[in-house]
Structure formats: structure tokens, C-alpha cells
Design a protein around this ligand. Sequence first.
Ligand SMILES: [Zn+2]
Length: 205
Amino acid sequence: MKIDPRESLISAATHFYQKGWMVGTAGNLSARLSDGSFWITASGRPKGELTSQDFVRVDVEGKVLEKPNPNFLPSAETIIHQAIYQCFPKVKACYHVHSIEANLVSNFTEGNGLLLPPLEMLKGLGIWEENPWVEMPVFVNHLEVSKIAVEIGDRFLDSPPKVPALLIRNHGVTVWADSPESAYHYIELVEYIFRYMMAVRQVSM
Ligand SMILES: [Zn+2]
């Protein structure tokens, strides 16, 4: 049986839009099927009112296999989803949002990794350590999206991150998981962590 994950993507996008994390058609969500292809939000569609027509199904090389609306193109950032699916064969969903918090914390470091606070919430991202020292990878927001994707692929094949999340500086956060439901939780968790980091800065100022 082939399960269509588009309903999960639609409800996640509606929620993220209401949170202000996918305004002005920003962000993109995808879910991979058992044949390796994945549904991804079509480019330029308002994320607060998606329907099952607002998706394009592509293969792992980015070739379009199916589009309910012939006028729609896959998200301009599809190539980043391809890089994530290629790096992590078990991953079934990849969510990317443009939140204010993600953009602010991406500037809390000039390096290529953001040290995360040792919060209990890290357990939700798979970190079961006392006083964990965990960095979230940070990438440069190149104008050419394919360049970002190449840098993600190169770095992760060499050294996979401890958390299933990455930041693109001044752009947004991307998470990946073994199901759309887990990817949804990961977005909520990283956003909580980002809000905490911003609150710490305000308290210490
Ligand atoms: Zn983006």
C-alpha cells in the first residue's frame, strides 16, 4: 500500500504558517515514499492554504515524476531536500522553515556550527548525554541554492551531525526525520531551543 503523506505536509504547513515560520510562501516541506521519490511543496504556493494539488513528486535526482497542477514547479530549494535524502537513506521527511528565531541565532556564531544549550529538550532530538556538547551545522546562504546543497552533502558525508537539523545563515532551519510526524516535532523542538537562546541573550544583556 502506498501511503500519501501530503495530508501530513499540509497540516504541518498550516501550523507553521500560523506560527509565522512560513510567511509569504516561504519554506518547503517534503516526504519520501517507499520508491525513493518524494512529494515536495510546489514553488510559490501560500503555505497557510495548501491542498494536495500544491505538491510535485520528484525522484532523488530532482526529476519531476508527477504534478497534479501542470503549471507548478517544485520548490526552488528541492536540491537541498535531495542532498538530505541522499546523505540519510532512512530519512522519510525533510522540513524547512524561515523563522525569525532561526535567522537570529544563526548569527550567534561566526563559525560553521552553533553550540546548543544543554537542555533536556535535546533528548527529543536524539541526544541522550549528561551536559551534552552539541553543535548544529551552519551553512552560508549562497545565492546559488545548488552550492548550498553541495556544501551540505560534502560536509555530512564526511561528518554527519549529532542532531537532525541544520541552519542556513540568515535564511532558515531544516530538519529531517524518519517520518513526517517526527519532522514536525523536530521543527517545534529546534524553534523552542532557538527561543531559549534568544531569551538567554536578553537576560544577560
Ligand atoms: Zn528557504
